[in-house]
Ligand binder design. Structure first.
Ligand code: G3H
Ligand code: ZN
Length: 288
């Protein structure tokens, strides 16, 4: 079923689970991830970033992903990842997305607050929650020259209060697009942020997080954990193996079968680490 972000993050501040937001680029990975969520009876967030919405218009992605969400019994959030401007967010909302991120992390503090507030106002008129970023999670890819700096806890508090966002992305030691799990998570900084900000936090660049740290993060206020590169690597590596193993093959739907299974396996692994498969059980307890 299609649900909004607040619905799946509702108990993450008090309970030991987090919900993965997997970056998807089309039907194949979206389908594989929903199958993983169904098999574990877990909620999941399907996230489309700038690359995805450049490849396929938001209006088409919105229809396809919301229909996939409505066809399943597990809660699915359709999320705009790293929305760069007002118009992109407006298109996502109009296309039926049930969650949007606005990323003003490259702007000065006051400008980030001003633009984020206007997005919150827009999204609220659609009844849809907003994630925004304070501090900046950079990129391990040196060709991408974006600011990268850890979150200042006091800025996080002021940002959260003045913007009225529903979930807050903070920079606590990860980088986007890491291919190895070598991120150095700053637990003291997480503690400081949590003592000042009473919102579900969002972790970006989570491919670079060790399995043990992913488990540990479920005990913090991180409720949404963004995973992109791990899924792209699972699909891409298996596709390469398939092409090399069957040099005569040219039907892509045949070639996609094992890569889709690889995506499903990887998604199931992350879901288990984040305790998302315990979601129904945990929620059952809190609803009593
Ligand atoms: O917003 C998307 C994520 O932050 C994905 O990061 O590709 O490094 O896992 P990742
Ligand atoms: Zn990100």
């Amino acid at each position: 079923m299609l649900v909004n972000l607040n619905e799946v993050l509702r108990d993450t501040l008090t309970m030991d689970y987090a919900v993965p937001a997997f970056n998807i680029f089309g039907y194949e990975d979206a389908k594989a991830i929903i199958e993983a969520a169904e098999e574990l009876n877990a909620p999941v967030i399907l996230a489309t970033n700038k690359v995805a919405i450049t490849h396929m218009p938001i209006s088409i992605l919105g229809r396809m992903l919301t229909e996939l969400a409505e066809r399943t019994h597990v809660p699915v959030v359709v999320h705009l990842d790293h929305g760069s401007d007002y118009e992109t967010v407006r298109q996502a909302l109009q296309a039926g997305y049930s969650s949007v991120m606005y990323d003003g992390s490259q702007l000065e503090f006051e400008e980030n607050i001003r633009t984020t507030k206007s997005i919150v106002q827009l999204a609220n008129s659609f009844g849809i929650p907003v994630e925004a970023e304070i501090g900046s999670v950079g990129y391990s890819d040196s060709n991408i020259c974006l600011k990268s700096f850890l979150t200042d806890p006091f800025e996080a508090k002021e940002f959260a209060e003045r913007t009225g966002v529903d979930a807050l992305a903070v920079a606590v030691g990860t980088l986007h697009r890491m291919e190895e799990q070598t991120a150095n998570i700053q637990y003291e900084l997480i503690e400081e942020i949590q003592s000042l900000v009473n919102l579900p936090l969002v972790m970006h660049g989570s491919t670079g997080i060790r399995d043990a740290d992913l488990k540990k993060i479920t005990k913090t206020n991180f409720g949404k954990v963004n995973i992109g590169t791990a899924i792209r690597m699972a699909f891409g590596k298996k596709l390469r193996e398939e092409i090399l193993a069957h040099p005569e093959a040219f039907d892509r739907l045949d070639l996609f079968q094992l890569p889709m299974q690889a995506v499903k396996r990887e998604a199931m692994h992350k879901i288990k680490l984040l305790n998302t498969h315990k979601y129904q059980e945990i929620r059952g307890k809190t609803n009593k």
